[in-house]
Write a protein that binds this ligand. Structure first.
Ligand code: FDA
Length: 314
């Protein structure tokens, strides 16, 4: 394992450590580092970010930050936050064509509680019902591998009533080619990403090269299928391969989209949108930025250095 892999693994371990989380959240972290990736704590901050992106032809999917909810009241609060956010987006006419949708982590709406699958399903239904009424969509984020089966089962149940519900599939998992094949049917919205958690070698490819190859295999399956692939990566090579495979498959510009994270490669986001591609930006908002930001740091050592410097210099 090289130094970059070591740093990545260490940051991902810290992302799951509540003691370190408490220390860092109390430290005088430079607001500008967080703000680059998280536009703010309030739903109005998220809506303002959506409007700014719209002005340059980009769409949005919004994540209310919060994972591993450990009490039912918190699951209820997260669900309510999503419902309020959807209403705010609709009031600003940002939902009717699906320009702004929401991304939901099932762990944030109750999956880890006792009887969590039923709780998360019921809360997800409420969010889907609101999204349907307002003309937009919902995508389920994918979390660590211990939750993959449960998330896909919940997805299948939701899709019986809301066939437009999407899901993220992580190319680093050995199982993902098979999952992509199962999810490449008519109307199926699948967001393909590399995967952001620290996973053991029994279930996941460990080298970047293997992950990239798996990503391309999954892309081929999705783009040659009948669903709606969402190509979520900042990797220039994979964006290029995605564009070429979509052309090869004869896909119309409105039959797939690219997705990137808020604050990451904004020029490339604009370039893709300017070239007529659908470009959707994932916008996280809320107070619970720690786990999200640590995963971003792990992806890019240069960002980690920026972050560490901001911790020690006010
Ligand atoms: P990677 O991190 O390997 O970067 C490849 C290249 O991209 C770099 O070499 C560089 O050229 C460029 N690059 C990357 N970051 C950059 C930066 N900050 N600035 C400049 N260039 C940069 N994961 C998950 O497990 N579950 C999920 O539900 C989701 N959801 C999700 C939604 C969306 C819209 C996105 C874009 C990503 C996710 N992810 C995710 C995260 C995903 O799994 C992955 O961790 C990150 O996208 C990073 O992987 P990349 O494909 O960007 O490649």
């Amino acid at each position: 394992m090289g130094p970059a892999d070591l740093l990545r693994k260490s940051l991902l371990t810290l992302a799951a450590d509540n003691r370190v989380r408490d220390l860092i959240e109390r430290a005088p972290v430079s607001r500008s580092v967080v703000k680059r990736y998280v536009p703010g704590a309030y739903d109005s901050d998220a809506v303002a970010a959506v409007a700014t992106l719209r002005a340059t032809g980009r769409w949005a999917t919004i994540d209310f930050l919060g994972e591993d909810t450990t009490d039912p009241q918190q699951a209820e609060a997260v669900t309510t936050a999503y419902l309020r956010l959807l209403d705010l987006l609709a009031a600003d006419q940002l939902t009717a064509r699906g320009e702004a949708e929401v991304s939901v982590k099932l762990s944030a709406i109750g999956q880890q509680l006792e009887g969590g699958d039923a709780i998360a399903l019921a809360n997800a239904r409420r969010i889907c019902e609101a999204a349907q009424r307002l003309g937009t969509t919902v995508t389920l984020d994918m979390e660590d591998h211990t939750t993959t089966d449960r998330t896909l089962t919940t997805l299948a149940t939701l899709r019986a009533d809301y066939p437009w519900v999407g899901v993220a599939i992580q190319a680093y998992l050995h199982r993902s080619e098979a999952d992509c094949a199962a999810l490449a049917g008519e109307g199926s919205r699948v967001r393909l990403c590399k995967g952001a958690y620290s996973e053991p070698e029994e279930v996941a490819f460990q080298s970047m090269d293997e992950v990239d190859k798996s990503y391309v295999r999954c892309l081929r399956i999705l783009l040659s299928g009948k669903g709606y692939p969402m190509i979520a990566t900042h990797d220039p090579r994979l964006v290029e391969i995605g564009t070429a495979l979509a052309r090869e498959a004869g896909r119309a510009p409105d039959s797939f989209e690219f997705q990137m994270l808020y604050g990451v490669r904004p020029e490339e986001q604009r370039r893709l949108a300017d070239r007529g591609h659908r470009m959707r930006v994932y916008i996280p908002y809320g107070e619970e930025w720690y786990g999200y930001l640590m995963r971003r740091m792990a992806e890019r050592p240069a960002n980690a250095m920026l972050f560490v410097r901001s911790l020690i210099s006010r």
